[in-house]
Write a protein that binds this ligand. Structure first.
Ligand SMILES: Cc1cc2nc3c(=O)[nH]c(=O)nc-3n(C[C@H](O)[C@H](O)[C@H](O)COP(=O)(O)O)c2cc1C
Ligand SMILES: [Fe+2]
Ligand SMILES: [Fe+2]
Length: 403
């Protein structure tokens, strides 16, 4: 039985949803599932845009055949060859032996690396090339490193539909609701969209900026991404988010407090600081235990807020390993342009504060570390209160300066 949805008069969603996969890329938890989107255009020629993950290939082929309704598949456009989209290329070739593949040179190289025999079927396209399939003309735009080097996006100049590959995607299964205007995106989807973008594409902000500049020159009326809902209204909402994220600009003025604590004393200090910030009127404060929160969520929240407090115990003269891993992920994903305050704890030789400051200064870009680092000797005492107050004051003052 097929499961398809109509996108426009002659464009159909033929993708699939996946609630069984726990970890996307075997690393990021997806408690709300994920969708692999694929689209069929029914013009004088029939055109498939991207395929799906291998796990949902059978239902995908059934969907494609249902929409084709006996017609042959003439073309398959591959915008992105990562296996969550490209894994079913070979299966499409088997079911539709006459199909020609439209993609970039690098993408054909990757198809061959994965062992797909695409000889004689390639139509190689470059930046700015166009192809007409009847009523619809498609413009191909290279989008390197969004999210792999071979990536491109395809733009239907006839009706303004952008096939955006991994750009503008999100975690979360569609469960029937294909369009962003059929869900409460801001309430139910934004956190997952941010977590998807920041962890999957976050490192490549400058490439996303390049793509956004190109997108600014075409009249986009609809965005069809490879994951998550299709956008046909309020496109500016999502484009603005992408613009902020890819410039590493915080979305909100607020404080993210991430602590590493074994016996609860550093946790207590983090809570005491959160209270002091709220007392000073800054209530957009969010506290996370580094050991209990998946790092993909921490990264997403890091992209979201303007200020970060890192509170870590000292562990064998080092930063607590899980806190170190979070710092390392921040560096890998190019996090920059944040104000950071530090708290350390230790019972005999506290070193974590200095080491975190060194990491932020030497390994990362544009991280403004506030100069009032706080050191706790095992447990927070009343004599520490003035340090806690000055830390809270320094955070509030830096917010005033930014205004
Ligand atoms: C395996 C291990 C290694 C530690 N290494 C250090 C250290 O190198 N220097 C230090 O001052 N404290 C060290 N500590 C002590 C903790 O950092 C200290 O007790 C801290 O106050 C714990 O805070 P918490 O209650 O937030 O877990 C170590 C503790 C453990 C369990
Ligand atoms: Fe991808
Ligand atoms: Fe993807």
């Amino acid at each position: 039985m097929y499961c398809v949805r109509k996108v426009t008069d002659d464009l159909y969603w033929v993708g699939a949803n996946d609630h069984r996969l726990h970890l996307f890329e075997n690393i990021h938890p997806i408690p709300k599932g994920v969708s692999y989107n694929s689209y069929v255009l029914m013009d004088e020629k029939t055109v498939l845009f991207d395929t799906v993950d291998w796990s949902v290939c059978r239902e995908f082929i059934e969907n494609v055949k249902h929409v084709l309704d006996g017609r042959d598949l003439d073309y398959m456009v591959i915008n992105h060859m990562e296996p969550d989209h490209g894994a079913s290329v070979e299966e499409v070739l088997m079911h539709f032996p006459n199909v020609k593949i439209i993609s970039t040179e690098r993408s054909f190289m990757i198809m061959r690396q994965f062992g797909f025999n695409v000889d004689g079927r390639e139509i190689e396209v470059k930046e700015g090339d166009t192809m007409k399939f009847g009523k619809h003309e498609i413009l191909f735009v290279e989008a390197p490193m969004v999210h792999w080097p071979e990536a491109m996006v395809s733009f239907d100049t006839t009706n303004g539909v952008l096939f955006a590959a991994d750009a503008f995607g999100t975690f979360g299964a569609l469960d029937g609701k294909l369009f962003a205007d059929e869900v409460n995106f801001d309430r139910d989807w934004l956190d997952d969209a941010r977590r998807y973008y920041t962890n999957i594409v976050g490192k490549y902000g400058t490439f996303v900026q390049d793509l956004l500049k190109k997108a600014g020159t075409i009249d986009i009326k609809m965005i069809c991404p490879l994951h998550g809902p299709v956008w046909r209204e309020d496109l500016g909402y999502l484009i603005e988010k992408y613009d902020k994220w890819s410039r590493y600009e915080p979305e909100e003025e607020g404080v993210l407090i991430v602590y590493a604590s074994m016996y609860g004393n550093t946790e207590h200090a983090a809570q005491a600081l959160a209270s002091k910030l709220c007392e000073r009127g800054m209530t957009n404060v969010h506290v996370y235990d580094v050991s209990n929160t998946h790092v993909s969520t921490l990264i997403s929240e890091t992209f979201r807020f303007s200020h970060i407090v890192l509170a870590s115990v000292t562990y064998n003269l080092e930063i607590y390993p899980i806190m170190y891993n979070y710092l390392h992920e921040m560096k890998l994903l190019n996090v920059q342009n944040r104000t950071v305050a530090l708290m350390e704890n230790g019972s005999w030789a506290p070193t974590s504060g200095g080491l975190m400051a060194e990491f932020l200064d030497e390994e990362m870009k544009l991280m403004d570390v506030l100069g009032t680092d706080m050191s706790i000797s095992s447990a927070l005492k009343e004599t520490d209160e003035k340090d806690l107050d000055s830390l809270a004051d320094a955070i509030i003052d830096s917010m005033k300066k930014e205004k």
